[in-house]
Design a protein around this ligand. Structure first.
Ligand code: ADP
Length: 496
């Protein structure tokens, strides 16, 4: 069996694929192994899915290679674009189903999951638009030579995605890769394989030929490592922890020097000046850290507040955070669902304990919520010192650290005092402060008077240890293309 009937509270019964999606078919793994998928809301098993071994990765890569070297090359850019647009339309049509699967498997609030599906379809449609706008160049070097520069696909792309935005990361990895004419083997995260498999079926429905998009479920150390070290994968794109990002780069270096793009962790500063609209700032600081249960690589987890409004800010932010509804992802008013897994839950609780042990003050939260599911109260620490682990390390949960600053220079120094550089934000009503501080912050994205407002048209990625390369926007195309120079020797010049 490579599918099972499941049920969600919002969409009722549906057919969930559980096999490995290779060559447009759902198949069992060679070793016949399966692994359990856990519902983080109640800690119960949802179903089991087939697990990819190294041998299955070989089979998926061979399918992607055959497709890449075969008829896919003959498909026009315009046709590639139409496939992506059709896929985006199917995401819109099945939006409720996709979002319900995401909430079931990941635990995110259904209303937020709907937002993820809309952002995924927006991304796929956007890259569908790019497919027939990828252009080369002609460069004159001398009258007897004709040089043209072509942009060509790289080949087979191994895409390894995390569990925090399963569908959105699926779209970020598949959109630009396909627009540029590559083929894909994508491995979902072992915690959240379900939506990626359902979406794989939509590729087939949209008319993608076999082997273009292959989606496998499996573990990082086995299937993920096999992709990263594979001799016939031409490029690997990874989103996940900095630790694993380093391993992937090593594996790429130790195998065939495949191209690598990495979107890694963060410890992003959210800086609030005295002159900010305080209500607006509190809303965005709250959203910056607690959106997606704090499980965002760009979470605004370090909040620096200028001394003039510090006490007022902390008090009002506490009141705001206490209003965040934590509970069943399918309830209409839920803002925050459970953390994704027992492992993540334990890690976060460990950081909360470390913060207390190191002497930071808990303003609100700090405890598990309920007895079932991986729920954690929105937690705010104040008076956090710069060298405390909760100010330095990525927690990936609903835990915020606040500290006070005096001057603009202090804000920039504190903001940049991290090995990461994914995102940052500035809240101020002074245009000069906004621009000066934004320019001085070492981060791939800086938000002003807002937070987490990612858009598929805007590049996203990290400075420093937060990654290599950019996703989204025109910038992402570079990661999926290589440049070829063709120089043609002409006859004698006709003039001169
Ligand atoms: P987290 O720590 O938040 O679970 P990871 O970085 O471990 O995040 O996982 C992100 C993705 O990377 C998942 O798909 C996971 O299976 C994969 N992964 C984990 N370890 C490796 C590895 N050594 N090589 C390749 N992929 C890996």
């Amino acid at each position: 069996m490579t599918s099972i009937q499941l049920e969600t509270p919002t969409t009722g019964k549906y057919e969930q694929p559980t096999g490995l999606f290779i060559n447009n078919e759902f198949v069992k793994g060679v070793d016949g192994k399966q692994f359990e998928v856990i519902n983080p809301t109640n800690e119960k098993v949802i179903c089991s899915v087939h697990e990819a071994s190294e041998k299955d990765v070989d089979i998926a890569v061979a399918a992607a290679r055959k497709a890449f070297e075969g008829d896919w090359r003959k498909v026009t850019p315009n046709e590639r674009g139409k496939l992506l647009v059709k896929l985006a339309d199917l995401f819109d049509e099945r939006s409720d189903q996709l979002a319900a699967i995401e909430s079931l498997d990941n635990g995110k609030a259904f209303t937020m999951a709907k937002g993820d599906v809309a952002a995924a379809s927006g991304c796929l449609r956007y890259y569908g638009g790019w497919a027939d706008k990828i252009e080369g160049k002609v460069v004159d070097t001398s009258p007897d030579t004709f040089n043209y520069i072509r942009k060509e696909p790289i080949g087979v792309c191994g895409q390894i995605i995390p569990w925090n935005f399963p569908l959105l990361m699926w779209a970020w990895k598949i959109g630009p890769a396909i627009a540029c004419g590559n083929t894909v083997v994508l491995k979902t995260a072992e915690q959240t394989p379900l939506s990626g498999l359902y979406a794989a079926n939509l590729c087939k429905e949209a008319g993608f030929p076999p082997g273009i998009v292959n989606v496998i479920s499996g573990f990082g150390k086995i299937a993920g490592a096999a992709i990263a070290s594979h001799m016939d994968v031409d490029k690997v794109a990874f989103t996940g922890s900095t630790l694993v990002g380093r391993q992937i780069m090593k594996a790429a270096a130790g195998s065939n020097l495949k191209k690598v793009t990495l979107e890694l962790g963060g410890k992003s500063p959210n800086i609030v000046f005295d002159d900010a609209d305080i209500d607006n700032a509190i809303s965005w600081v709250n959203f910056g850290i607690f959106f997606n249960h704090g499980q965002c690589c760009c979470a605004g987890s370090r909040v620096y507040v200028q001394e003039g409004i510090y006490d007022k800010f902390v008090q009002r932010f506490k009141e705001r955070a206490q209003k965040n509804v934590v509970g069943d992802p399918f309830a209409a008013d839920t803002f925050q669902g459970p953390q994704v897994s027992q492992i993540q839950f334990d890690r976060i609780m460990g950081y909360i304990k470390a913060g207390q042990d190191e002497g930071a003050t808990i303003v609100t939260g700090g405890k598990r919520k309920g007895n079932e599911g991986y729920f954690i109260e929105p937690t705010i620490f104040a008076d956090v010192k710069d060298d405390m682990s909760i100010m330095q390390e990525e927690i990936f949960g609903p835990v915020c650290s606040i500290a006070k600053f005096k001057t603009k220079e202090d804000a920039v120094r504190l903001g940049n005092n991290t090995t990461y550089g994914l995102a940052a934000a500035v809240h101020t009503s002074n245009l000069n402060t906004a621009i000066e501080v934004s320019n001085a912050l070492k981060a791939g994205t800086v938000w002003v008077n807002t937070y987490n407002t990612l858009h598929w048209q805007l590049p996203f990625g990290g400075f420093k240890s937060s990654g290599i390369g950019r996703e989204l926007g025109e910038a992402a195309l570079d990661n999926y293309l290589q440049t070829k120079t063709v120089s043609i020797r002409l006859g004698d010049a006709l003039f001169g």
